[in-house]
Design a binder for this molecule. Sequence first.
Ligand SMILES: *[C@@H]1O[C@H](CO)[C@@H](O)[C@H](O)[C@H]1NC(C)=O
Ligand SMILES: *[C@@H]1O[C@H](CO)[C@@H](O)[C@H](O)[C@H]1NC(C)=O
Length: 358
Amino acid sequence: MGTRNLPITYVLLLLTLLSSMVMGQQDIKNSTKYPIVVSTWPFKEAVRAAWRAVNSGFSAVDAVVEGCSTCEELRCDGTVGPGGSPDENGETTIDALVMNGATMEVGAVAAMRYVKDGIRAARLVMLHTKHTLLVGEQASAFAISMGLPGPTNLSSSESVEKWTKWKDGGCQPNFWKNVVPDGCGPYHSKDNIAFNEEACCKANLLEIVESRSSHVGLHNHDTISMAVIDKMGHVAVGTSTNGATFKIPGRVGDGPIAGSSAYADVEVGACGATGDGDIMMRFLPCYQVVESMRLGMEPKLAAKDAISRIARRFPDFVGAVFAIDKNGVHAGACHGWTFQYSVRIPEMDDVEVFTVLP
Ligand SMILES: *[C@@H]1O[C@H](CO)[C@@H](O)[C@H](O)[C@H]1NC(C)=O
Ligand SMILES: *[C@@H]1O[C@H](CO)[C@@H](O)[C@H](O)[C@H]1NC(C)=O
């Protein structure tokens, strides 16, 4: 290395010094971007509750729990909390998840019976067990043993009425395929189809093309999926839902599956999803969104990419995701319906709702 190179070394040093000063200023500026709350749908009261919690110094995890449990109490759209989405037996069950994006801890409950506090049960799984997911009546027993109220009747007069009408209408629509009879069960496999490959695969293709979207409406598959970044810059996500209306008992959707309905990583940001969970959980769209952002994709592009990966294989699926990076840039993408998501950041006076067209 000759002396000729010395001035260049000095210039490089100066540049490094300058850029680190600029970075320092950005850090200070960025901290005023927090806290941040984002949620699927115009669930404004839930976002306000999470905002109050996180703005008064609660952690991202606790704020997510406050937000989602507000939706459970309000029975947002009838698809969160007790009293909605009866299964084929008329019963309401609860799926919920919470994820700490700072520690990558996850707690979740699925097909939980008799306990209405889904997100609180999920947090108990995260805080007091080394497991990630508890299901069914054992999840209920765990939640009750840890102090949550129950056993509770999760049906409401509305859910009972809805279910009675569905029964009287010949159990349409339902989630069965390749079975007889067409009306109410018990159902049996169509043996002739199972042994005839050609008929089988034609029938499957028709199934995908014709009937996916028939079950899914704005007031059927809604889920609250929420992301919070707290004042420390820690990120958490949570979801709560009572699942798909008239589901086959035992069905678990995307709600309690980390990476599908929600995902968070403090190094990158977070994602929340809603829609046809039976399809979406095969693609882990929120894991996809976060990993795409990690590789440098903008939130908007990451969200669109995750949705289009599903749409290419299931053109009739209905679903949406929101994405938020750690700088507070947020975006949504959807397919088959118009999606709305809610945001509260420090410079807003109240929750703002963003609309995303397919
Ligand atoms: C602060 O925000 C800017 C853009 O808004 C971004 O380029 C920068 O990396 C952020 N800094 C940190 C520490 O996140
Ligand atoms: C649960 O509540 C529903 C709706 O109020 C009611 O119809 C049903 O009988 C109740 N079930 C039990 C076991 O009490």
